[in-house]
Design a binder for this molecule. Structure first.
Ligand code: NAI
Length: 336
């Protein structure tokens, strides 16, 4: 039988954790032939919730689930890990300054990065879900000097999927027929959802939008006034309507991200992922930035050579400037 893949989920007792565990155990993330072993990391206050989820995993009798471990010790949780989904984070509370938020998250992602460095398997791959995801991923990567930088990623797939959902309605096309959408930059309100290169069933999305919205000007105003802000602020809209933050969609996006990373994006074209910048598209090296990306053989690769017009350039630069500011802030706090 195939050796189980060892997967660490932090914040496993929280909402996204609860939505993730059952889909991972069912085979949705790594496919129907790969057994999984789950290591659930929580802080002491969250242990009972994680233990309860572990009981329910047992009750689900998933044939692919070989073992579940619940712990509050990062050394145990990351021991031998092949994959890690870092979900647990310190949320921003009322009156909290950005420096306090970054400091608190540095206290989580610094030690977790070190534990990954010291205890994870050589092929460890990490996706950070907990916000601020890009900078938390940077903190973890910086504290894991023995792990290749490109093994640390931040989740922007939810933003990507949100963009697909909106476009699907706007051009009346199934999401599965959409290609060439990109989320650039930070997983924050400054992100740039870009459809300049997008196609629906092979047809140019900008042309389809122009056809439906009275020409290129109409398409441009829809993108600037409706689409971009709606995607970038979708999290707030979900809170407003649902009375609680995005949970199942966030878990689903994390599953998609790891699925594609491990199994490849193949002929589905590119997706979006927060990756360690090597300087592509003028993004400074060493920030974790969302790019158009394909995966093959367990490695993400930035899709290069896309034409970036002036409008896109300004939007990308603004979000990247925010990433650079966050990096300077965590650097001055001594977190990286
Ligand atoms: P939650 O509050 O329900 O769960 C978080 C869990 O993490 C709690 O059980 C808490 O005890 C645990 N935790 C806190 N510190 C920990 C540590 N040091 N080690 C292990 N566990 C720890 O929150 P929810 O809804 O599950 O969201 C989790 C994170 O995901 C938040 O930071 C949220 O902002 C973020 N998020 C990111 C999205 C993205 O697209 N990147 C989308 C939606 C949410």
């Amino acid at each position: 039988a195939k050796k189980p893949v060892s997967i660490t989920i932090t914040g496993a007792g929280g909402q996204i954790g609860y939505a993730l565990l059952f889909r991972i155990a069912s085979g949705a993330m790594l496919g129907p032939d790969t057994p999984v072993r789950l290591n659930l990391l929580e802080i002491p206050q969250g242990l009972r919730a994680a233990e309860g989820a572990a009981l329910e995993l047992q009750d689900s009798a998933f044939p692919l689930l070989s073992h579940v471990e619940v712990t509050d010790d990062p050394a145990v949780a990351f021991g031998g890990a092949n994959l890690a989904l870092l979900v647990g984070a310190r949320p921003r509370t009322a009156g909290m300054e950005r420096a306090d938020l970054l400091q608190a998250n540095g206290g989580i992602f610094g030690p977790q990065g070190r534990a990954i460095n010291d205890h994870a398997a050589d092929d460890i791959r990490v996706v950070v879900v907990g916000n601020p995801a890009n900078t938390n991923a940077l903190i973890a990567a910086s504290n894991a000097p023995d792990v290749p930088r490109d093994r640390f990623t931040a989740l922007t797939r939810l933003d990507h999927n949100r963009a697909l959902g909106q476009l699907s309605v706007a051009v009346d096309s199934p999401v599965g027929d959409l290609r060439g959408v990109t989320i650039w930059g930070n997983h924050s309100a400054t992100q740039f959802p870009d459809v300049a290169h997008a196609t629906a069933g092979g047809d140019s999305v900008p042309a389809l939008l122009a056809g439906r919205l009275g020409g290129p000007e109409g398409a441009r105003s829809w993108l600037v006034d409706e689409f971009i802000p709606r995607v970038a602020k979708r999290g707030a809209e979900i809170i407003e309507v649902r009375g609680s933050s995005s949970v199942a969609s966030a878990a689903s996006a994390a599953i998609d991200h790891v699925h594609d990373w491990v199994l490849g994006t193949a002929d589905r074209g590119w997706t979006s992922a927060g990756l360690w910048s090597e300087g592509a598209y003028g993004v400074p090296e060493g920030v974790i930035c969302s790019f158009p990306a394909v995966a093959e053989g367990g490695t993400w690769r930035v899709v290069e050579g896309l034409e970036i017009d002036l409008f896109a350039r300004h939007r990308i630069d603004a979000s990247v400037a925010e990433l650079v500011e966050e990096r300077e802030a965590v650097r001055s706090l001594g977190l990286i």
